[in-house]
Design a protein around this ligand. Structure first.
Ligand code: ADP
Ligand code: MG
Length: 727
């Protein structure tokens, strides 16, 4: 009998939800462990506080003396909360977060010790982080990397460690992380959007990108997961027959949350409150044991940090509840996968959401301006957006008959579509007073009313307008939001710069009125970006054909999709917007390709091992029982035995056939791996994608057939029905 699996099942049956006490109101807990403005005001001198705020709001530099003061107060605050260590918390290009803890504790001359933390320790550190991927930027001998404080994301205490969000850069200046390019992209979009806002409101002096992510995940019991080497090593199941009941009844979606999962969520939310992560919504998702968590949206840099932090906290908290949390985009074949919707908008320091229609025609023209420019940017750089969300695990969703497709398109709803259609007919050149009035009253003026009943929501669109924000739905549940957010904000910045240039030119050279110029430029954008707009079923085959006709990219695999990252167009964009230089772009591309190959390599090895060390031995064991049985039947019935042993003999043959197939496919796969390993870069990734990966489905097919044949008592791997329906 397969001990581990049955012990695990027994263990799960005996589990009870952990009781979670919630004595304090969440509003009182919120941000308790964050060195936020309130804490700063309490612990800092006025001048130090002012300089941090200036750094946050205007990117002002903080001098060394002030940094010392800030460090001192940060330390006092942290010690008062029981912290013993501090760390520069950063996001290397692995996509995860990294930290190296140092104690505040220091010895002093003549014996004794004290807690110490000064400005230089706050501002800059040099972790010996030479093993992080750097894509060739950093030769370990010459250029070391350092972390530098990012004052726009507040320090926080997790456990007993003060975590200081930082960027990670090489001494030569190149960014070695996800945060530095994101900050530069946010700076670029701020500058560009603020300039455009001035057409409508001179008081705007800063524009923030906002991000509200929605995180999907699975919760699997740790004991059940531990009996699956594939889940433990790759975060997903590489084999497993579909259960008799899957998600076809839709009985999990928005259903009552299972007790253990709920107590995990409450525990998690408690931690999130302390850490200032404003989580708000929780519910069951479509697949069994799949859930979603969403916060209130925040400034994009902070939101990205909070999502990274959340994923880390989720893993820690889940352990307390004997759960393994799966962030993989497709942990189970035939069952819905997980994504991370990125709700995105732009908001001014005067409190206006630029993608929310306003009350006056002028405010609506401002809305239309940002709305149309966003569509235009996505149109021009759709392939780059696709590249920004590419990963081995997300390939299981994108373009693999699960939402959303690998084709990037924009959904805006029928009513806004008709507004744009009408705007296409705006007269070229100067507008008559009648036309202007008509535009303002009947087209632009109608927008707020239109949106109120703009309820048609297309769940198949990868980039949808949802009333007051765009929602990028194609982001993988496992990925760091920084990648797609960097691209999105960079292309919007570039587009807004372009727009401003064109409008100004019409005003200066053709003496157009401001609104005339804006209408004229928008009209052209609406026409030239029409191809990216799609309101139909994004999952259908018809769309694939149509998209091809329209010239939209449909890069189904990561090695294919990543090429857009290093196109001339992309490099020119990042350089022009000051987000990344060529070296930084190429380094990231190289790392992504390598990460892809390694992931497939690991999956391939694990699959080979499981197939040979678990599936085949069990199949043989069961086959032996059958053989024994046939032998016995022969003993009893003599030559007549076949009449009684027919079925068994048939099974014996079938098992042998599957074993032969598995063995030969695994052999072939290993050979392909060897060949792939001799290649580098694109060729290496292509080989893993096109030569190694196709064996996965074939091997799995035979393993899954065996799962159905073999005595359940012998099967060592926890089955889908157990992983998905035990709670
Ligand atoms: P759903 O898409 O699931 O129907 P909602 O429309 O309520 O849910 O919002 C989903 C997410 O959108 C939430 O996380 C919310 O914080 C975020 N969101 C709402 N407004 C904005 C905005 N202006 N900018 C960025 N994110 C936003
Ligand atoms: Mg959503």
């Amino acid at each position: 009998m397969s001990i581990l699996r049955f012990n695990a099942l027994q263990e799960v049956l005996n589990r009870k939800p952990i009781q979670i006490e919630e004595n304090d109101r969440r509003s009182e807990l919120f941000g308790k462990n964050v060195f936020n403005e309130q804490a700063m005001r309490q612990y800092m001198t006025k001048e130090a506080y002012r300089s941090v705020i200036d750094a946050i709001e205007f990117g002002a530099k903080i001098d060394r003396k002030t940094a010392d003061q800030i460090a001192l107060s940060m330390k006092d605050w942290a010690l008062s909360k029981g912290a013993t260590h501090y760390t520069h918390w950063f996001q290397p290009l692995t996509g995860a977060t990294a930290e190296k803890h140092d104690a505040f504790f220091e010895t002093i001359d003549g014996g004794g010790a004290m807690e110490k933390f000064d400005g230089s320790q706050l501002v800059q550190q040099e972790p010996d982080a030479s093993s992080f991927p750097n894509g060739g930027i950093r030769n370990t001998f010459e250029a070391r990397g350092y972390t530098a404080w990012d004052p726009t994301s507040p320090a926080f205490i997790y456990g007993t460690t003060l975590c200081i969000p930082t960027v990670f850069v090489a001494y030569t200046g190149e960014a070695l992380d996800n945060k530095a390019p994101l900050l530069r992209a946010l700076q670029a979009v701020d500058t560009a959007a603020t300039a455009v806002c001035k057409y409508f409101d001179k008081n705007v002096s800063k524009v923030n990108a906002t991000l509200g992510w929605e995180q999907e995940y699975f919760l699997i019991d740790t004991a059940l997961a531990a009996a699956r080497p594939d889940i433990m090593m790759t975060g997903r199941t590489l084999l497993g027959h579909a259960p008799a009941k899957g998600q076809q009844l839709d009985d999990h979606y928005f259903g009552s949350i299972p007790a253990r999962a709920l107590s995990f969520m409450r525990d998690l939310e408690h931690e999130c409150m302390l850490l200032g992560v404003p989580v708000k919504t929780r519910h069951n998702e479509v697949a069994p044991n799949q859930f979603e968590l969403a916060p209130i949206f925040e400034e994009a840099n902070l939101a990205v940090d909070h999502n990274s932090l959340l994923m880390d906290v989720m893993e820690k908290v889940s352990q307390r509840h004997q759960f393994k949390v799966l962030f993989h985009e497709k942990p189970f074949a035939g069952i819905n996968g997980s994504g991370k919707h990125n709700n995105w908008s732009l908001s001014t320091d005067t409190g206006v959401n630029l993608l929310s229609p306003g009350k006056t025609p002028m405010k609506n023209l401002q809305f239309l301006t940002f709305f149309v420019n966003t569509i235009k940017a996505v149109h021009d750089y759709e392939e780059l957006i696709r590249a920004s969300i590419a990963s081995a695990s997300n390939d299981h969703r994108l373009g693999a008959n699960e939402a959303p497709p690998a084709i990037i398109s924009v959904f805006i709803g029928t009513q806004l579509s008709s507004v744009l259609d009408e705007l296409e007919n705006v007269t070229k050149g100067k507008l008559s007073p009648e036309e202007k009035t008509d535009l303002k009253l009947n087209i632009v003026g109608k927008i707020p009313e239109i949106l109120l009943d703009n309820t048609d929501r297309n769940r198949t669109s990868p980039f949808a307008f949802t009333g007051n924000k765009f929602e990028l739905r194609a982001v993988g549940s496992w990925s760091n939001c920084a990648g797609p957010m960097t691209v999105l904000n960079t292309i919007i910045a570039k587009q807004l710069n372009e727009f401003k240039k064109e409008v100004d030119e019409l005003i200066d050279t053709k003496k157009f009125k401001k609104d005339e110029a804006i209408f004229n430029v928008l009209r052209e954008y609406i026409k030239s970006s029409k191809n990216i707009r799609f309101e139909g079923d994004g999952y259908g085959e018809a769309w694939e054909k149509e998209a091809k006709k329209r010239g939209l990219s449909n890069n189904k695999t990561t090695p294919e999709a990543l090429k857009a990252k290093i196109s001339k167009k992309a490099i020119a964009l990042f350089e022009e917007m000051g987000v990344m230089n060529k070296v930084e772009v190429e380094a990231r591309h190289e790392i992504k390709l390598e990460e892809y190959s390694k992931k497939i390599q690991i999956e391939s090895r694990v699959l080979g091992d499981i197939a040979r060390n678990h599936v085949i031995p069990i199949a043989i064991q069961y086959q032996n029982t059958l053989i024994e049985n046939v032998r016995g039947l022969k003993e009893i019935f003599g030559n007549n035995f076949e009449k009684y042993a027919n079925e068994q003999i048939y099974l014996i043959q079938k098992i042998s056939n599957h074993i032969v197939e598995i063995n030969s496919k695994v052999e072939e796969m290993i050979e392909e791996r060897k060949k792939a390993n001799k290649l580098v870069g694109q060729k290496n990734a292509d080989a893993y994608c096109n030569k190694v990966k196709p064996y996965f489905d074939e091997i799995r097919y035979h393993c899954d057939k065996l799962e159905l044949m073999v005595d359940d008592n012998l099967w060592t791997l926890t089955k889908y029905r157990e992983l998905l329906f035990t709670r």
